[in-house]
Design a binder for this molecule. Structure first.
Ligand SMILES: [Zn+2]
Length: 828
């Protein structure tokens, strides 16, 4: 009880502080920012995935060295595993994007991405570049360097392969090439319409010691990053635990560390240095001849700063603002710092004035063409001369001349219409269909951005002292939860209605009609229309009532359509749309709601796979032990099986005889400690004639797997075959797994998606039979993807084959093979 209570409180605190529109700015924060204002240096850290970044180094660079720091993650981590829910692929990439942003809010660094899609594990950079299109991703890395303009670039991995994953090595290769290419006007010249070339001073590899691989050495540059920051009241090792623990979907919570801690850097390019990554780079305002006085002014402001009365430096900040504004922009390095430091000074003017502004909508959903009501609030809390000159609403201006009295809250209510063609607030990289390696983004100015701009924003023109500023605030939705208190969520611009299919795949193995359910949801009141659909050739659909009328906003209706193969059914997509008056809406919505990140959603085409599989089944009742989350159960049900979820309660009762087979969901033994308790129950079930099929479990990250799984020993390795077209050699074609009830041959391994298998068995006891041999190009044959052992009257199977990907993708051969695993005959 106690533990969950503490957890709950922590979550609450994070939710409130992260999503609050105007973060609290204490005097300690202000002082920190003043110190940063006096530093002109920047660092770009480059790696491949969310979680690759060195979470100890980033807070050290931002808060101790006070550099403008950013992490460029080439991918959004779409291809990884998810420890907190069922999301895979694009939705998982969205979760990890937001987890990186949550981590950056803690360590103060910025976040960038490229268009690279994390297509799953890759063994070498050549394979990686085949998927990504090397030049496209190089262009994106060059773009981020040209726009961010770092003095120093740091890679997490080397170009030589010690980073393991092909994406890791690829990230270093691209960083090194981009280091030079960014400065070359003949490379990606189309970018120079928007930015200028940039030569970073040098590039380093942040060497590491991971497990048995130690790439650090005493002749490398060493930096002690274990310091303590009294303004934060934390050491960087403590901050590092906080930002790393934001990677919740990967289960990366870590302990806080205190005390000295050395990071190592090996130089990969640029002018040679020996003691520090910033050696000979002047990061004070004396860097430019014209800016020496600016550094002096900031020093004076810092010494004058009174924590009890931050407003006393407002006139000085105003003078500084003008000083920076007057800087010449011919020097492009200086021009970059001018822009940035003006923004920092602006933020300080607002903080020191105790100025607070907010814009929120009365509802969290807005519809193009409909009205949106917003409430704006502004308050000046520190007795500084502030006046409000203008409010630019989403699409309308309103001039004012209002001197803000001290500590008086001003509220404005406004209603306006959103344009009919106002864009839906869908993640920009998911707006178009894409290949498995590369997202499609046509607007150059969006490249690199971590997320969309707010769906709508409102600009306040204010004058602080005599400085005119435009302060833009996102329109958010603000509400109060009786338990959690005041909360914010992003405004969503959505279609009038969405239509979702319940499953990702509808698989048929005979001509019996199946009911496909379409959930129509209204995002505004009074929506009525008709459901429409399209299907590939050879299918028939009937619907008793395709028309719908939804009175309330948020109301849903389920429309049942009876679908069946009709003649020679072609596999393809069933797509749905809604005809509402003269408009057609064809988007489905996938919502992603976790407490540690702002609520997210994805709008995608409303469609699912429709497949006819030549498949026989044997047996009827399947027990399923849930693992980390997969869609295998739904796929089995479609094949006509009755599937019972085996809860601890049912396993306790131990009455398992009624199941023809029991299947353990992916990573069941990693996620459910209690399966160790049921080991004997499950073995007895097999002994008495049942089939137990265990899908992959991992042996990494969350610690070695201690639980016994099968009747005889085997280990779980990290061996995998990532090439989804790799040849599959059937070792024993006469085994019932390849003959009953479906005859399996090599064609059943056609059309697999993403990969063949992961976490293969190794050190396999001779009592197991290995049934399949396969390997990636230039690797040794591996026989650990599918192992079977007789045990008593029944059979035990461990398989790393990725059925959890192939079944929802509607791959016929995967269904046939999986059904055969369920159907291995009893031993006499
Ligand atoms: Zn990685």
């Amino acid at each position: 009880m106690k533990r969950s209570f503490i957890l709950f409180l922590t979550t609450l605190f994070i939710t409130n502080s992260l999503l609050a529109q105007t973060p609290a700015v204490s005097s300690a924060d202000i002082l920190q920012k003043l110190n940063k204002l006096n530093t002109v240096g920047s660092v770009l850290y480059i790696a491949a995935h969310p979680d690759d970044e060195n979470t100890r180094l980033l807070p050290y660079l931002t808060y101790e060295r006070k550099y403008r720091t950013a992490y460029l993650s080439l991918t959004r981590g779409d291809g990884g595993q998810n420890l907190i829910g069922k999301e895979q692929g694009e939705p998982l990439g969205l979760i990890r994007t937001q987890e990186l942003l949550a981590a950056r809010r803690i360590d103060g660094a910025e976040q960038f991405f490229t268009r690279a899609n994390d297509f799953g594990f890759s063994k070498n950079p050549e394979e990686t570049f085949n998927f990504w299109n090397k030049d496209s991703i190089l262009a994106d890395v060059v773009w981020v360097i040209r726009t961010f303009k770092p003095d120093v670039i740091i890679t997490r991995f080397p170009t030589t392969g010690e980073g393991g994953h092909g994406h890791h090595t690829a990230s270093a290769i691209l960083a090194v090439e981009a280091f030079t290419a960014a400065a070359d006007p003949t490379r990606f010249p189309e970018q120079l319409k928007y930015t200028t070339v940039w030569q970073a001073q040098r590039i380093f590899w942040n060497t590491f010691s991971f497990g048995t691989i130690n790439t650090t050495s005493e002749d490398q540059i060493k930096i002690n990053i274990g310091g303590y920051n009294p303004l934060l009241g934390k050491s960087y090792g403590e901050l590092s635990s906080e930002n790393r623990s934001m990677h919740k979907s990967q289960g990366f919570g870590t302990a806080k560390t205190r005390g000295d801690n050395t990071e190592y850097f090996k130089q990969l390019g640029g002018d040679k240095v020996t003691t520090d990554i910033f050696e000979n780079i002047n990061s004070s305002w004396t860097r430019f001849t014209a800016t020496q006085p600016i550094g002096e002014s900031i020093k004076k402001i810092i010494s004058k700063f009174d924590a009890q009365h931050p407003e006393t430096i407002v006139p000085d900040l105003a003078a500084l603002y003008k000083q920076i504004q007057a800087l010449d922009e011919t020097d492009k390095t200086l021009a970059r710092w001018k822009k940035e430091k003006l923004q920092e000074t602006e933020a300080l003017l607002i903080s020191c004035s105790g100025l607070w502004l907010e814009a929120y909508a009365t509802e969290y959903i807005a519809i193009p063409g409909n009205s949106i009501q917003t409430t704006l609030q502004i308050i000046n809390r520190n007795n500084v001369a502030v006046s409000l000159k203008n409010i630019r609403y989403i699409n309308q201006d309103s001039s004012l001349a209002l001197t803000l009295k001290t500590n008086e809250l001003y509220t404005f209510k406004h209603t306006e219409k959103l344009a009919v063609d106002y864009a839906y607030s869908n993640p920009y990289w998911l707006n178009q269909k894409h290949s498995s390696g590369l997202y499609v983004v046509n607007n150059q100015l969006l490249i690199g951005k971590a997320e969309n701009d707010a769906a709508a924003s409102i600009a306040f023109q204010v004058v602080i002292q005599d400085i005119a500023l435009t302060i833009t605030k996102p329109v958010v939705y603000k509400y109060t939860d009786p338990v959690k208190g005041e909360l914010y969520r992003p405004l969503e611009v959505l279609p009038k209605a969405t239509v979702n299919l319940v499953e990702r795949v509808y698989a048929f193995n005979d001509n019996t009609p199946k009911t496909i359910q379409f959930t129509v949801k209204a995002n505004q009141p009074n929506v009525s229309g008709t459901l429409q659909w399209s299907m590939p050739q050879g299918w028939k659909a009937t619907c008793a009532q395709p028309n719908f009328t939804l009175k309330e906003k948020g109301e849903e209706i389920i429309i049942n359509v009876l679908v069946q193969p009709n003649g020679i059914a072609t596999n393809g997509k069933i797509s749905a749309s809604l005809k509402i008056n003269s408009e057609t809406f064809s988007k489905s919505i996938t919502r992603i709601e976790y407490d540690h990140i702002p609520y997210q959603f994805i709008l995608s085409d409303a469609e699912a796979n429709l497949v006819y599989i030549n498949l026989k089944t044997a047996g009827k009742n399947i027990g399923y032990i849930p693992g980390a989350g997969d869609d295998v159960v739904a796929c089995l049900k479609q094949m006509g099986y009755t599937v019972t979820i085996l809860t601890d309660d049912l396993l306790d009762k131990g009455n398992l005889k009624e199941y023809n087979a029991i299947v353990a969901g992916i990573r069941a033994y990693n996620t459910n400690d209690r399966l160790q308790i049921y080991y004997n129950t499950l073995m007895k079930y097999v002994e008495q004639g049942g089939n137990l099929i265990v899908q992959y479990n991992t042996n990494n990250r969350i610690g070695p797997l201690l639980a016994k799984i099968g009747p005889y020993p085997f280990a779980i390795s990290r061996d995998r075959v990532t090439n989804e077209t790799a040849e599959v050699r059937i070792l024993n074609p006469k085994h019932s797994v390849f003959t009953y009830p479906n005859k399996i041959d090599s064609t059943d391994f056609n059309g697999w998606v993403q990969e063949r298998g992961i976490y293969f068995a190794s050190d396999i006891d001779p009592k197991y039979q290995t049934l399949i041999s396969m390997n990636d190009p230039n690797e040794k044959a591996n026989e650990g993807s599918l192992i079977v052992a007789k045990y008593g009257k029944g059979n035990f199977v461990y398989t790393g084959l990725v059925f959890f990907r192939e079944l929802p993708a509607g791959v016929p051969g995967a269904y046939r093979l999986f059904v055969n695993l369920l159907s291995i005959p009893q031993n006499k």
